[in-house]
Design a protein around this ligand. Structure first.
Ligand SMILES: *[C@@H]1O[C@H](CO)[C@@H](O)[C@H](O)[C@H]1NC(C)=O
Ligand SMILES: *[C@@H]1O[C@H](CO)[C@@H](O)[C@H](O)[C@H]1NC(C)=O
Ligand SMILES: *[C@@H]1O[C@H](CO)[C@@H](O)[C@H](O)[C@H]1NC(C)=O
Ligand SMILES: CC(=O)N[C@H]1CO[C@H](CO)[C@@H](O)[C@@H]1O
Length: 338
């Protein structure tokens, strides 16, 4: 009787421990700064490079104001890993920031993901402050106010996704949603990556308006393949070539992690999936099969291990029962743990 209840207790203890270990390993990067005032303590998590500085009112961060050939970066100090080291699960993220831009001809502002080895304090005078001669793996969402013929830019008011090259793989005309990037107006941007569907989405709206249902840009990309185990740094970057474009970031939040299982089967934007992208569904289904299979394998393994442990403990506790005082039996599990 005693042996039976204590081995059950031990099993529960082991399972709880396993659960805690899994929770502990959850990779996440989270920050939320409503503004960058003194009380926000933003410098505990974010860092300024180049000409990025606190604005005069001390509430926003200005990147590339006034001056010739200036560039700046505003980055999260802690690197992000796109593949969880232990579970090999892919990491999703949501990035949100509010900003305003005024003036003409600057490169605008970009959300960037750079290799963590990238020298953040080095500026090579290139576009976005890092594209001089350098060839590297990067991803950028440019909020571009300059029509660069060299890169085939359609106009001076667009949002583009750049992967390893300043020539965008996907572009959207911001005028078509009746917004002007560099009108000085406060805007908000949402950038989301959902790892299981490998969808990267960008949304833009006026400050105070709600998050649009339809993304301005979507792009299918496997970021875990792009960087593998390499960590990345996320940031906001800007360079103002030779004009006095003023770019301000008023708030910034970021959240990453392994999405709970229930979210996997739900697309970020259900409307968008209707009728479209048949191949994505096919891939999702095989993803599901794989998941079920691996869950089965894992389940079987855990079951076998559990049964083995129970048997082992049963034997140990069963054998010792006659010579053990009762309170010692209860304590046994903890000692066995270590
Ligand atoms: C901003 O901060 C600086 C240094 O802490 C201070 O001297 C200045 O008065 C502040 N400006 C405003 C508008 O609060
Ligand atoms: C962008 O959209 C605006 C408004 O719909 C349109 O007038 C303009 O021609 C578009 N520009 C390009 C390059 O498509
Ligand atoms: C300033 O920028 C414009 C547009 O990129 C370019 O045409 C011009 O040559 C630049 N001037 C200087 C002095 O760099
Ligand atoms: C499970 C886990 O690691 N959660 C952490 C995620 O990040 C926040 C902010 O850094 C922590 O407070 C959580 O403990």
């Amino acid at each position: 009787m005693v042996a039976f209840s204590s081995s059950r207790y031990l099993l529960a203890f082991l399972l709880l421990n396993l659960y805690l270990k899994v929770m502990d390993a959850d990779p996440n990067l989270t920050f939320y700064f409503k503004n960058f005032g003194k009380d926000s303590n933003f410098e505990s998590q974010l860092a300024l490079f180049g000409d990025a500085k606190l604005s005069r009112d001390n509430f926003s961060v200005q990147i590339s104001g006034s001056g010739v050939s200036t560039a700046g970066r505003f980055v999260c100090k802690k690197p992000l890993s796109l593949v969880h080291e232990k579970s090999r699960k892919m990491v999703s993220f949501s990035n949100y920031f509010t900003f305003s831009m005024s003036g003409v001809n600057g490169d605008g502002l970009a959300f960037v993901m750079l290799p963590s080895q990238f020298p953040l304090n080095v500026f090579d005078g290139g576009e976005m402050g890092f594209l001089g001669e350098r060839k590297m793996k990067f991803l950028a969402v440019e909020f571009d106010t300059f029509k660069n013929e060299k890169h085939g830019d359609a106009n001076g008011n667009h949002v583009g996704i750049d992967v390893g090259s300043p020539v965008s793989v996907k572009v959207s005309n911001v005028s078509s949603i009746n917004l002007v990037l560099n009108g000085g107006e406060k805007l908000q941007a949402w950038i989301d990556y959902e790892a299981s569907s490998k969808r990267f989405e960008v949304r833009l709206n006026k400050f105070g308006e709600s998050r649009p249902l339809h993304p301005l840009l979507t792009y299918s990309i496997d970021l875990s393949k792009m960087w593998g185990d390499e960590n990345v740094v996320v940031g906001l970057s800007s360079s103002s070539a030779n004009t006095s474009q003023e770019n301000s970031v008023h708030s910034w939040s970021f959240k990453s992690g392994i999405m709970p299982q229930w979210m996997h089967s739900e697309p970020l934007d259900p409307q968008h999936f209707l009728g479209k992208e048949e191949e994505m569904k096919v891939r999702k289904r095989s993803d599901c099969t794989l998941r079920v299979l691996s869950a089965l394998v894992l389940g079987t393994g855990c079951g076998a291990l559990g049964a083995f442990l129970v048997l082992l403990l049963w034997t140990i506790l069963g054998d010792r029962r006659p010579i053990m005082p009762e309170e010692f039996v209860v304590q046994q599990p903890k000692e066995l743990e270590y």
